[in-house]
Design a protein around this ligand. Sequence first.
Ligand SMILES: [Zn+2]
Length: 160
Amino acid sequence: MSYRIGSGVDFHRLAEGRELWIGGVLIPHTKGAVGHSDADVLLHAICDAMLGAACLGDIGVHFPDTDATYKNIDSKILLKKTADLINAEGYELVNIDSTLCLQEPKIKPYVPLMQEAIAKITSLTIREVSIKATTTEQMGFVGREEGLIAYATVLMQKKG
Ligand SMILES: [Zn+2]
């Protein structure tokens, strides 16, 4: 069996007047993530981890923020396109592990919805989509609520 591992990280600024999409779920909050797309930090980190595992570059190569096609795009579409790319290379996902770093709001109540959204797109089960969260104990730009970070690791296997 041939396995490939990949890692991804993404950052977005937080600002008032934007929606906060994380893991394909709209989260009620006073601030939202700023970006060319819907700025879903978790889905972007997962896309990058998948592309990395297949050695296919990064999300900026496939979905450039200079392309009007991707303006305000739902990142679930980007995740689906990335999953299609991986499948076309002959790989299928085994599992995803991820960590979100943000000060506010508490995202624990939304984790099952995120797992469901991601599992549906990637053809995984909910138990194969791990989403953890941490604050930075008020330190740095995350602690000041200026931005958020997501880290993701994926394992893929060659389809038999
Ligand atoms: Zn991003």
